[in-house]
Design a protein around this ligand. Structure first.
Ligand code: SDX
Length: 438
């Protein structure tokens, strides 16, 4: 028997039924949630890899940032429930919380907001990158390109082993992402870029850069700014999701943080992940009418039909996504503020949710509305085009990616990520000369 544990550690014993060998694996305790079986020595001891292609049962790292209980519908940022933060906090404070681990004092928050504000402008040469894109380019393509290009501007002044350098890069990324996002939108509609305004809050500034024009003054609605701020809070971080894991894996090689965030943006773009909010709206518009819901629910349940109900289901939440509840409430508030009383897409979404939640297929597979189900309706009501929905998700998630990237770099046990595989290809074979091939 191979025993990797000391006397005080809880353990699992693994039995190889072929050889009768037993292996004792240490169990690592969590502060909340599932314990983990430490398999770091498994291959050295057994000659076997673990196999978990979607990482459904695999912990990739230690983290103290976000905790999710998918069965109970719990989401905590540094221990604070998402519902409390959505109700009482603002996005700048949540950024501080995710980065530093605790809520700021009023002085700390003021300094943090000032420092972020004074990094919101883009280098004029960065603005040149937009001009290389077609006007009808998907804004997520522009985000991938321009954010990745930031690494060309700060690569030499960035020693990621230096905490000061990491924090400056973090502030730059958090501060500039809304400017890049708003400019991607302005570029797509042929309007001039609107520079950031230092007297505005993070969300006010973003909406101002999105919707102001040089032709006249533009006052940001405080209700819409509050709604945007809440939406950014809800999307800020979410444990080791696909895009965050992409950022961590890219960063594990020591890559420039701007290039890592560009990789995260690329992963978020997929319709199974952050691209779902855009896909939800396209789906609702395709369904078109309440009378067609049953037809599409039937398609979603058909194994031979690739159609899925976008905005439904989640790898972790098998009860409800707490963010979806807050988003639904925000949706009603925004529509009320805008005086929109007959939004057919909202009526359709509410009826689709009702029907799906009563359908045994969705109940049995524990498929509930996720964070993306209502966000698109809110964004549409705010005048944001569908193609910009995932961009807004990226604006919010950048602070989560940055917090997770810093945690990864600062982790003394961190090594380059390098998964193995279950090889099913050809065993070694001799080269066949061309003349001998049939
Ligand atoms: C986000 O990870 C995160 O935390 C992500 C995120 C974050 O904040 O970072 O929360 C943001 O990405 C939210 C999810 C947005 N995506 C969508 O709304 C797209 C639609 N949802 C599905 O593609 C799916 O539910 C996933 C991708 C979200 C989860 O996929 P899983 O965990 O791999 O689950 P699965 O695909 O294995 O599905 C389990 C079963 C399958 O049926 P069986 O093979 O078991 O018979 O449920 C079915 C699926 O066919 N299923 C659906 C469905 N989602 C899953 N059937 C119909 N419609 C759906 N939406």
């Amino acid at each position: 028997m191979n025993d990797n544990s000391d006397a005080n550690t809880q353990t699992f014993t693994l039995m190889d039924n072929a050889s009768g060998d037993q292996y004792v694996l240490p169990v690592l305790e969590s502060s909340v949630g599932p314990r983990v079986i430490d398999v770091r020595k498994l291959y050295a001891d057994t000659g076997c890899f673990t196999y978990d292609p979607g990482y459904t049962s695999t912990g990739s790292c230690e983290s103290r940032i976000t905790y999710i209980d998918g069965e109970e519908g719990v989401l905590l940022y540094r221990g604070y429930p998402i519902q409390d933060l959505a109700e009482h906090s603002d996005f700048a404070e949540v950024c501080y919380l995710l980065l530093y681990g605790d809520l700021p004092t009023s002085d700390q928050k003021a300094v943090f907001e000032h420092d972020v504000t004074y990094h919101t402008m883009l280098h004029e040469q960065v603005n040149m990158f937009f001009r290389g894109f077609r006007r009808d380019s998907h804004p997520m393509a522009i985000m991938c390109g321009v954010v990745g290009a930031l690494s060309a501007f700060y690569h030499d002044s960035l020693d990621i082993s230096d905490p000061r350098h990491r924090m400056i890069a973090s502030f730059r990324m958090i501060a500039k992402i809304p400017t890049i996002a708003a400019q991607a939108y302005k570029y797509s509609i042929g309007q001039p870029f609107i520079p950031p305004q230092n007297n505005l809050s993070y969300s006010e500034n973003f909406l101002h850069m999105m919707f102001a024009t040089p032709a006249e003054d533009y006052a940001v609605s405080p209700i819409l700014a509050k709604a945007m701020d809440r939406i950014l809070i809800l999307h800020a971080d979410h444990e080791q999701n696909a895009s965050t894991s992409t950022v961590r894996l890219a960063g594990s090689s020591g890559a420039n943080p701007f290039a890592c965030i560009a990789a995260g943006i690329a992963s978020l773009w997929g319709p199974a992940h952050g691209g779902a909010n855009e896909a939800v709206l396209n789906m609702l518009e395709k369904i078109g009418d309440v009378s067609k819901i049953d037809e599409y629910v039937k398609k979603a349940k058909d194994k031979d039909d690739p159609f899925r109900l976008m905005g439904f289901g989640h790898r972790v939440y098998k009860n409800f996504d707490p963010r979806a509840h807050v988003m639904r409430q925000t949706c009603h508030e925004v529509l009320d503020e805008l005086g929109i009383t007959d939004e057919p897409l909202l009526d359709l979404a509410i009826e689709l949710e009702r029907i799906a939640l009563e359908d045994e297929y969705f109940v049995e597979k524990k498929l509930y509305p996720n964070v993306d189900f209502y966000s698109g309706i809110i964004f549409k009501a705010m005048g944001i085009p569908t193609s910009m929905f995932t961009v807004l998700f990226a604006v919010a998630r950048t602070v989560g990616w940055i917090a997770q990237w810093n945690e990864m770099v600062e982790d003394p046990s961190q090594r380059i990520g390098r998964p193995r595989q279950l090889y099913l290809g050809e065993p070694e074979r001799d080269y066949v000369m061309m003349s001998e091939r049939k």
